[in-house]
Structure formats: structure tokens, C-alpha cells
Design a protein around this ligand. Structure first.
Ligand SMILES: C[S@@+](CC[C@H](N)C(=O)[O-])C[C@H]1O[C@@H](n2cnc3c(N)ncnc32)[C@H](O)[C@@H]1O
Length: 242
């Protein structure tokens, strides 16, 4: 690593990315080394999987997105204790983050393990996987990048696999294997109980680039100009601990 990079990517005192304004696009090239791969886990919980991977693959950079504060704090503590300088955590809603705050085609792998299944039919609209999420997912993954999915909710699994299979921008590839240490918290519990788990993986294919259609959200929540981001996601000590 060059001296310049050392100055640009200092090990932060907390691995939590400070968010003072959630409408600011994430300046990934400031938060992460643009020359190293970036992988994201959506709904990373306490980060059992992510921390194990970050320890095993120090050259790869990992971002966990998790909306529950207590879980974000647990992962932060673990990452600091293990001195994982290649792992950061973002406390934001993942669909919004993917749709609005990430740059195009930067992420090598997206992991979605045991997403909330919202089993009641009237709650299905709250599920992460939808045609709009697939648009954002394809757009944020590198071409040739992969999404890895696992869930114990087999109906949801069938639905996720069907919607990815029906989308010509994705092709199915073998799902990853995880060692015992790499299993997520939920997976660890379910495997101990011998519960069935559905797993699949899909790779992105080249396709026509289309702008993501605007969502019907409060204008206050629409993202702002990229250039303003640096002030909000800077690395100064005060911001880092804020
Ligand atoms: C069922 S738990 C699974 C946690 C972890 N992936 C595991 O397998 O142990 C789902 C996690 O996703 C988080 N989550 C659900 N929807 C989310 C969203 N839209 N944005 C960010 N986090 C979300 C929840 O807070 C929870 O920690």
C-alpha cells in the first residue's frame, strides 16, 4: 500500500460509518480503497459471517448494512476488538441505501442471508426482494458480480429464486459454501436444529444501463448532490466518534 493510501484510509476508531444526513450518497471511494474489492452484507445482524470473512480475507473490504442499532454496536465492538480495518458498518435501511446511495457497478458480492421473511401475505410488500430491488442490485453489482442468498423460509426462497431466474440480467451459479465459523447467527441456530435452508447465487450479466426510476418517497428523503457527501462522511476524529 502506498503512503498516500495510508493517509487516505486510516483505520477508524469506530467501524460505524457516521451518517448525519441519510440523503447523502455514500462516497465509497473515500470510505474504501477503490483498488480493492468491496463486498456488502445486507441485514448483517451482529456480523458473525462478515467478521469471519474480514478476518480470513484481509485484502477484501466489507460493508455491513444493518438497521438495528444494538446489532450495529455489537459488530462494531467485535470489529474493533479483532482490529478488522477492512470492515465497516452502516446503520441505514438497505433498500434505500442500494437504490439511492451507492455508485453503479462497484460491489463484487452482495450477501443476503436470512432476510426478514414477512410470512403474512399482507406483509409481503415489506420483503426486500422485489423488481425494484433487482434493478438496484444489478446496477450496484459489478458486471460478473454475485448475489448470494440463504433463507430458512422456503416459500420466500422459491420466490427469490424464481424472480432472479426470470430476470435476463442474472444467471444462476453455484451457491457458496460457508465454514462453521462463517455461518451467520441465524444460520448457526437453524443448522444446529437441522432445519432445511434454501441457498442460491446469481451472477450479473451485461445489460442495457437504465436510470433507476424515481420512487414515490418524501422529497426530503431524496438523495442530494454527490459533491456534498464528503463533508458528511469525512474521516475527521470528531465525525468518526460522533
Ligand atoms: C432475520 S435477521 C438475520 C440476521 C443475519 N443475516 C443472520 O443471518 O444471522 C434479519 C436482519 O436484517 C436486518 N434488516 C431487515 N431488513 C432490513 C433493511 N431493510 N435494512 C437493513 N437491515 C435490515 C434486521 O434488523 C436483522 O438484523
Amino acid at each position: 500500500m502506498s503512503t498516500g493510501q495510508k493517509v487516505r484510509f486510516p483505520p477508524p476508531s469506530s467501524r460505524v460509518i457516521p451518517v448525519t444526513d441519510p440523503t447523502m450518497p455514500l462516497p465509497l471511494d473515500i470510505l474504501f480503497d477503490p483498488d480493492r474489492p468491496l463486498e456488502i452484507e445486507i441485514g448483517c445482524g451482529k456480523g458473525r459471517f462478515l467478521a469471519a470473512r474480514a478476518l480470513k480475507f484481509p485484502e477484501t473490504q466489507y460493508l455491513g448494512i444493518e438497521r438495528m442499532l444494538s446489532r450495529v454496536r455489537r459488530l462494531d465492538k467485535k470489529a474493533c476488538r479483532l482490529k478488522l480495518d477492512n470492515l465497516r458498518v452502516l446503520r441505514l435501511e438497505a433498500f434505500y441505501t442500494f437504490y439511492y446511495l451507492l455508485p453503479p457497478h462497484r460491489v463484487r458480492t452482495v450477501y443476503v442471508f436470512f432476510p426478514d421473511p414477512w410470512p403474512k401475505r399482507r406483509h409481503h410488500s415489506r420483503r426486500l426482494f422485489s423488481p425494484l430491488f433487482l434493478d438496484a442490485l444489478w446496477n450496484r453489482l459489478e458486471i460478473g458480480g454475485t448475489v448470494q442468498v440463504a433463507t430458512d423460509h422456503l416459500n420466500y426462497f422459491t420466490e427469490i429464486r424464481a424472480c432472479l431466474s426470470a430476470d435476463p440480467r442474472f444467471k444462476e451459479v453455484p451457491a457458496m459454501e460457508r465454514t462453521e465459523e462463517e455461518q451467520t447467527e441465524f444460520e448457526h441456530i437453524f443448522r444446529q436444529q437441522n432445519l432445511p435452508i434454501g441457498q442460491c447465487a446469481f451472477q450479473t450479466l451485461p445489460a442495457e444501463e437504465k436510470a433507476l426510476p424515481p420512487l414515490a418517497i418524501d422529497p426530503e428523503m431524496e438523495p442530494r448532490n454527490d459533491k456534498e457527501s464528503e463533508h458528511f462522511y469525512g474521516f475527521d476524529e470528531e465525525n468518526e466518534n460522533g
